[in-house]
Design a protein around this ligand. Sequence first.
Ligand SMILES: Nc1nc2c(ncn2[C@@H]2O[C@H](COP(=O)(O)OP(=O)(O)OP(=O)(O)O)[C@@H](O)[C@H]2O)c(=O)[nH]1
Length: 547
Amino acid sequence: MSGRIPTEEIMNTSFSSTPGTGQPIQIIDITEDHKFKLNENNLQQILSHPKARLKKVSIISVAGAFRKGKSFLLDFFLRYLNRNGREDWLGADDEPLTGFHWKGGSERDTTGILMWSEPFILRRNDTKEEIAVLLMDTQGAFDSQSTVKDCATVFALSLMISSIHVYNITQNLQEDDLQHLHLFTEYGKIALEDSHETPFQRLTFLIRDWSFPYEYSYGYEGGQALLDKRFQINSKQHQELTELRINLKKCFNTLNCYLMPHPGLRVCTSPEFDGKLKDIELDFKNYVKKFVEAQFQPNLTVKQINGREITTLELFEYFRAYCRIFEADELPEPKSMLLATAEANNLAAKAIAKEFYMNAMEQHCGGDRPYMHPHHLQASNVQIMEEAIKKFDLVPKMGGESLSLKYLDELKSEMNDLYESYVKHNDSKNIFAFSRTATSLIAVMVLTYLMSGLLEWFWLGSFSFLFNFVFWTCFFLLGAWIYVKYSGEYKEIGEYIDGLADILWRRVYQPIYEQFVQHAIRAMLSYAPIQDGPSGSNGRGDGKKRN
Ligand SMILES: Nc1nc2c(ncn2[C@@H]2O[C@H](COP(=O)(O)OP(=O)(O)OP(=O)(O)O)[C@@H](O)[C@H]2O)c(=O)[nH]1
């Protein structure tokens, strides 16, 4: 099977999740007052999973009316992925179907949007690159508790985010099923004008309980014939219907239809049914198997936005942007959806560049790296920043130059802030820098003590009180500094003393020290000419004051 990984590879890298682990996690909640709330922590937990971090993603979501077997279907996907797509992945006859919660009855089950906590890692056939596959379950539409806006929003979020959108329908493909896609064709039209890239990847109309196999056979073949029939354009059709059909085809890379047989009466009428295969009709089992496998053939469908395959890091930004625009009381206009996509597109580019910057800086001066000379740190920073900006520029961006410049400025300022903290962190590794305050104060004390003694010696004792005063001031400052460092209290006083000592160090000791070293070198080289170093440097080479 072309979408599947050879067995020997499975053992090594490809399907790295442990079978049976994971659980559905709520990523979008719908509150009682019908507000959509993105659960960023939960989403982040999935997207930054060590297996999936920074990998490209394929997101499979199932959406449609409530009580129509969406979660049930997703559990077959889970089985396939958990069992590494091996030939007998459908399992034993008496094995209950578990994973996303599903149940019989007439009351709705799933609320909001859920995602499986474990990303599945599969390798694509063409480039052999590892892709993180995510499964997404959605709240069913048209139940008695949800508003029209709730249903439309769940459907929209699921479609905008996924790379394979399974539109779960029962019995037949009707005109109103197509009408629900109107908003996306409008969005798709302007997105196409903006970027000339197909906005969505794969849309599959999955028709459950298909009862007319004698007209259109089960599976993709019959589904395609039915779809062709429904997409026929004729002169009597209203302009709006014709346009919908034309635009739908333009907005998706793949648009297809699958006709699924009825699973049998036990599945939908027995309260004891717990998903065991022995209770499901053979036809259903065969076609569900083919359907699941087909989603990974001939290759994995990676999520693309603006023609670019996106990673888990970028997906997070898109989730945030889409949830923000769907927060309003009204459904957004296609134009605002495009603007949100463009903003997320820029935010994603910024996230990629920032991630690169942080990783590279961590390697240079991160927690486990030794102290780095400030000049070297600054040089590395300049070089890494340049590379990060190149990464930002390389991402094709929507929304024009002015929007991208805004995000570039934000990126630069965030990198500058990060650099400041890297500098501080690096300084803290310098043992001498830590003891600089104590050293400076003690040096003043020793000097003033000696000077006062010297003045006494030359019978100028009346002037020595000045030196005594400085001596005791430094003594008390040193005492206060030690107390602050020991107790952690009065940090502002500690910073003030550090600042004083720093000025003393830079203005007095460092120039004297440099002069002394230069003299020593000159003497050693028998007065050979030597170039003067930058006097008054703060040791970081950036011309900034430390305090
Ligand atoms: N008729 C029919 N019933 C099905 C099919 N697949 C699953 N079911 C049954 O439909 C019922 C509902 O299944 P769920 O997976 O919970 O449905 P859902 O669409 O996720 O429901 P909500 O979460 O409420 O939107 C269960 O009793 C399943 O056994 C199918 O293809 N046809």
